[in-house]
Design a protein around this ligand. Structure first.
Ligand code: KE4
Length: 428
């Protein structure tokens, strides 16, 4: 595969930007080799600077549920840009996006927009601490909630890929305020809450973890978290940065009916532009400045271009009644094809899937938590990744990330992908 220009750009980037990237997981450290540089995207496809074309199953790590450059989003952003790119003054699009969020998240009475998922989580944690007057946070091993200091404890995503689930630079005195238990571990949660009675401000969870690969809550686990946190006046935070508008319009809470106290959103909500959000009951949210004593702010929060992109994205998702069924069916087609390819090649593969999110673990499985995810053969994953890349299919450059199908993917894309997988499985 031709990659002269990518190689040249990467060499230059490494002189100017740490690791040559602005987010670690892009550096291909989880799969070896060097990243390509992207030129453009359209629908389900991207092209790199050397002209190589790929079917894209990363979708910018989740935001692009409509594929690349969806016409409605491009039109909305272009129109907004002509009126000015930023004001730091309230604009009507913020109200429109807030209404669209509230329409599908009944647990959200009020919402605050920020610029990333990390900022949404960071702010939600501060709000929970301000609301309860408590300091400790309980999270689950392998879950990733952005790179805020308190969350870089047994974290997933890039931290796990790079083998740094506990980042350097986080003060020990702060890290000890973050408690961790295995996901799906009810006894672990019960004992943590009983040991730290009245000290825990919040339990934060990816209701469907998608940052150590993908695995699912055991039946009743989310309901259990809702019950035990309510019983101990602990704020329950669902981090739906990935799952919000992805697994259903109203995220996991629409599927399971559990209503958290606070929800963090990101990715899809910005239509590919930098937007995060956190929201919940008004009696908690109104503690935020300027209404209350919990400070939170942002120069570009509610930026009109980002709001315009988010509004266009969500309106498109709301417009098509069977959009999620189509997405789910296409993803199932892909999973069945890849599973058959693995079976025929005698490769052990554990597949997890929810809606249009999928993950293929190179192990026997089942994968139900961080520990079982880590049993995957990351070397085989890496070999599979590169074999697929050479065949024009771009998967997540880490076993501990997930893949996404968009409404722009077609059955022909799936057929091409499965054909590539048949060959790649023999190499992996
Ligand atoms: P950002 O700050 O990256 O916008 O969002 C942080 C975040 C919060 N919560 C969840 C559940 C998330 O998955 C993320 C970010 N996801 C990773 C990919 N799994 C971002 C990719 C990257 O770090 O480059």
């Amino acid at each position: 595969m031709k990659r002269d220009l990518s190689d040249k750009l990467y060499a230059e980037a490494q002189k100017l930007i740490p690791g040559g990237v602005n987010s670690p997981v892009r550096a291909f450290r989880g799969v070896g080799g060097e990243p390509f540089f992207v030129q453009r995207g359209r629908g389900s496809r991207i092209w790199d600077v050397d002209g190589n074309e790929y079917i894209d199953y990363v979708g910018s790590w989740g935001p692009l549920i409509l594929g690349h450059a969806p016409a409605a989003v491009v039109k909305a952003v272009s129109k907004a840009a002509r009126d000015g790119t930023s004001f730091g003054i309230p604009n009507a699009l913020e109200i429109r996006l807030a209404k669209l969020v509230r329409e599908v998240f009944p647990s959200i009475q009020k919402v605050r927009f920020v610029n990333s998922g990390t900022e949404a989580v960071m702010s939600a944690l501060r709000l929970a601490r301000g609301f309860t007057g408590r300091d400790m946070i309980l999270k689950f091993e392998g879950c990733y909630h952005g790179h805020g200091d308190s969350m870089l404890v047994k974290a997933g995503s890039g931290a796990l890929t790079l083998g740094q689930p506990d980042s350097a630079g986080v003060p020990a005195d702060l890290a000890k305020l973050t408690l961790t238990v295995p996901f799906n571990d009810r006894v672990g949660v019960e004992s943590m809450i009983s040991i730290h009675r009245n000290e825990i401000a919040a339990v934060i969870v990816e209701p469907i973890p998608a940052n150590a690969g993908l695995y699912l809550p055991k039946p009743g686990f989310l309901e259990f978290l809702r019950k035990i946190t309510a019983a101990h006046d602990i704020v329950l935070i669902f981090d739906e940065v990935i799952t919000g508008f992805r697994v259903a319009r109203g995220g996991v809470q629409e599927l399971c009916g559990v209503r958290p106290d606070l929800t963090c959103l990101g990715k899809i909500i910005g239509g590919g532009l930098p937007v995060g959000a956190f929201g919940g009951h008004a009696h908690i949210m109104d503690l935020l400045a300027p209404s209350g004593p919990v400070y939170q702010a942002g120069t570009l929060s509610g930026n009109p271009l980002a709001m315009a992109a988010g509004v266009a994205m969500l309106e498109a998702l709301f417009a098509e009644p069977d959009l999620y069924k189509k997405l789910n069916d296409l993803t199932a087609e892909l999973a069945v094809g890849v599973a058959a390819a693995a079976k025929d090649a005698g490769v052990k593969l554990a597949q997890n899937r929810i809606g249009s999110i999928f993950c293929n673990f190179f192990c026997d499985g089942p994968v139900t938590d961080y520990a079982s995810a880590k049993c995957s053969d990351t070397k085989r994953y890496a070999a599979f990744f590169h074999a697929m890349l050479e065949r024009g299919v771009y998967l997540a450059p880490s076993q501990f990330e997930v893949g996404f199908v968009s409404t722009a993917h077609t059955s022909a894309d799936i057929e091409q992908t499965v054909g590539a997988a048949r060959e790649a499985m023999r190499i992996a």
